[in-house]
Design a protein around this ligand. Structure first.
Ligand code: MD3
Ligand code: FE
Length: 226
């Protein structure tokens, strides 16, 4: 297993009774953990659920308040969805594109988010929003903070699927140095506590093809918006 600077990999069994599957975790901040391959045991349930959500709330490229069209396409599920337009960022109960409530959060999504939060020491996480980001090669997300949620006592849980990406994890000021964390299909990351408001972003995704998802990276972020 590759040892990366500033991380401490430890190995644990995903299933105590199944020695074929194991995963590693890396601590990337005081309250932030990468769980390699954590989503893989659920993948056969996650992908059909994702399809069903996307049928009801298709990906769209939203416009930022500054007037730029995002290279990352977005959707959401759960009680709240995240939107942006010329008037600003906000969580809404209704998808402005369909006029319908955002699709319900699939049970397997909730299960995964809760299990990952639990593994990082955040018991009883009940997310009410799941943002779904789609990166095609070249798409990126500039350094930003996630602060449209009402409070910051709950973590953000992120799930990476498809082609890899280089995640940038900064500090509390935009100018702070960033650590680069490669994220692969099935990796789950949890950020909470003092790390919850750290700047972060995603470098332009490199051209690649994933056997199940093709030329795209899909990322879920589970949050407690209200
Ligand atoms: C660190 N998404 O949707 S997930 C986002 O891969 C977002 O699509 C990226 O940043 C993606 O807002 C990164 C990782 C992430 C999400 C929330 C965080 C990292 C975070 C909140 C605080 C600190
Ligand atoms: Fe973010």
């Amino acid at each position: 297993m590759m040892q990366r600077k500033g991380t401490t990999p430890t190995t644990f069994d995903l299933f105590a009774d199944d020695t074929r599957q194991s995963s590693t975790s890396e601590q990337i901040g005081p309250r932030s953990f990468v769980f390699r391959g954590f989503a893989l045991p659920l993948i056969d349930r996650l992908l059909p659920s994702l399809e069903s959500v996307l049928t009801r709330a298709p990906f769209r490229n939203m416009v930022t308040p500054g007037g730029h069209t995002m290279s990352v396409a977005l959707s959401s599920c759960g009680q709240f969805g995240w939107t942006t337009d010329r008037s600003g960022y906000q969580y809404t109960r209704i998808d402005p594109q369909t006029g319908q409530p955002w699709p319900e959060m699939p049970e397997v999504f909730m299960e995964l988010a809760r299990a990952a939060a639990d593994a990082a020491g955040f018991a009883d996480f009940v997310p009410d929003a799941c943002l779904i980001n789609r990166y095609i090669p070249g798409a990126k997300m500039s350094l930003h903070q996630d602060k449209d949620e009402r409070g910051y006592e709950w973590p953000v849980v992120s799930v990476s699927l498809g082609i890899p990406a280089m995640f940038l994890f900064g500090g509390h000021a935009r100018s702070d140095t960033t650590q680069r964390v490669p994220l692969f299909h099935g990796d789950v990351v949890v950020w909470g506590g003092e790390d919850r408001l750290r700047f972060h972003g995603v470098m332009p995704v490199k051209q690649a093809e994933h056997p199940q998802l093709g030329e795209q990276r899909i990322n879920f972020t589970f949050r407690k918006a209200r």
